[in-house]
Design a protein. Structure first.
Length: 171
């Protein structure tokens, strides 16, 4: 847990001092769905899993921001019980970067740190793992406040990758 809090402090320090004019700032929320795969036993036995992700963030200016996010990494509503540890959910913080390519299109990058909850279907808690996360993506922006996003994220501590297609709303 100490790694998580020191990572949070590092992300906030990286983004501190970048605030500009108030019209460049943007508070946003996003939701996405996609698939997750990796070298964990859950993915070897069960194949790809469905993922749902949520983010809440703040752009300090037109390019730099920070966000808090959560992702499900093993959503499987049906199937046999898993008697082995699997990555269940991931919660973290990330520094985000937006690079406008055209009037309605941007490339995005992210670097963060978070905690992955490892679970078992028999009710046992298999511990938590700290992971550095990195991701790339793109967004189609219909306005400054509405965008469709697509991206890939990698979680180093659990060797898992995640594709998400989502919707972002800002204020």
């Amino acid at each position: 847990m100490k790694k998580f809090w020191s990572g949070l402090a590092a992300v906030m320090a990286m983004t501190a001092g970048t605030a500009q004019a108030a019209d460049d700032t943007l508070i946003y929320g996003s939701v996405g769905v996609g698939g997750v795969d990796g070298s964990q036993e859950a993915y070897k036995r069960d194949g790809d899993q469905l993922s749902v992700g949520y983010s809440f963030g703040y752009y300090f200016n037109a390019n730099y921001g920070a966000e808090i996010y959560t992702r499900s990494l093993a959503f499987r509503p049906f199937g046999p019980r898993r008697d082995y540890a699997y990555p269940d959910t991931h919660v973290g913080v990330a520094a985000v970067y937006r690079y406008p390519v055209a009037r309605m299109f941007s490339l995005n990058g992210r670097l963060g740190i978070g905690q992955t909850k490892m679970s078992r279907d028999d009710g046992g808690h298999a511990g938590d793992k700290t992971s550095v996360t990195a991701g790339v993506g793109a967004s189609l922006e219909f306005s400054r406040h509405v965008a469709i996003t697509a991206g890939y994220e990698r979680y180093s501590g659990i060797n898992t990758g995640l594709w998400l297609l989502g919707w972002q709303l800002g204020y």
